[in-house]
Ligand binder design. Sequence first.
Ligand code: AMP
Length: 250
Amino acid sequence: MTAQKLDRTTWFKGGDAECSTDAVPPERAYRLVLLGAPGVGKGTQAELISQRLRPCHLSTGDVFRAAKSLPASERTPAITQALEFMKRGELVPDDTVINIVRERRRCITCPAGFLLDGFPRTVRQAEALATMLAQLGVKLDAVLSYDMPLEQVIARLSGRRTCASCKAVFHVTGRPPKVPDVCDNCGGQLTLRDDDRPESIRVRMQAYQASTAPLADYYQKAGLLVSLSAEGAPEEIYQRTLVALSSLQR
Ligand code: AMP
């Protein structure tokens, strides 16, 4: 199958903005939510799934990061407020994130399906999503939860090194650069992000445990949760995901 880059104009801009893709919708359109602690490799799986099975990758974090580079005059008040929270490393308030997703509800009815990544992050957001889906007459196929022991997540994040210039990501043992601390792509200096320091990681994980982990229970009760081990190479985890998806009811 050929990998395809999906156009995410509607997701990034919201409102009436339209994607210009003329891609033929896939035979089987998946509608999925991805759950997983920071550092488990959820973003990598999201990329593999959306490239190969074609649901559109809808990441709320990507919406905020894209908005950061817009001139202030082009940002909606909701986005401007969200960026303030993001800058402080805090979760954006539920109402703001819910409004941002509502402004992009056309993506929920995308014929290619969707892969929600980073939303919902709290039970309130999950309830708002359920209401939105019911209003739009859309059914979720599954919620994929990528699980990994806490100590392993900390080891992964604390070994991560990011290029100060081009932002490429390496790992001291998992994906080492050819020359220690030097970016393979641009020769930039590799650094440890402040929020990847062990003490910060513990704080982020605590926030995750408090707000996002209860979502697994929520979706378990709804009969949608599919738990997957996030251990192993990305391709191995992707194959595990495919097996789980193939056993879903249509
Ligand atoms: P991510 O790339 O998903 O880790 O998101 C980056 C940042 O965007 C988070 O640290 C939050 O500040 C904000 N963010 C993204 N999605 C949400 C969400 N669903 N609820 C609250 N904050 C969010």
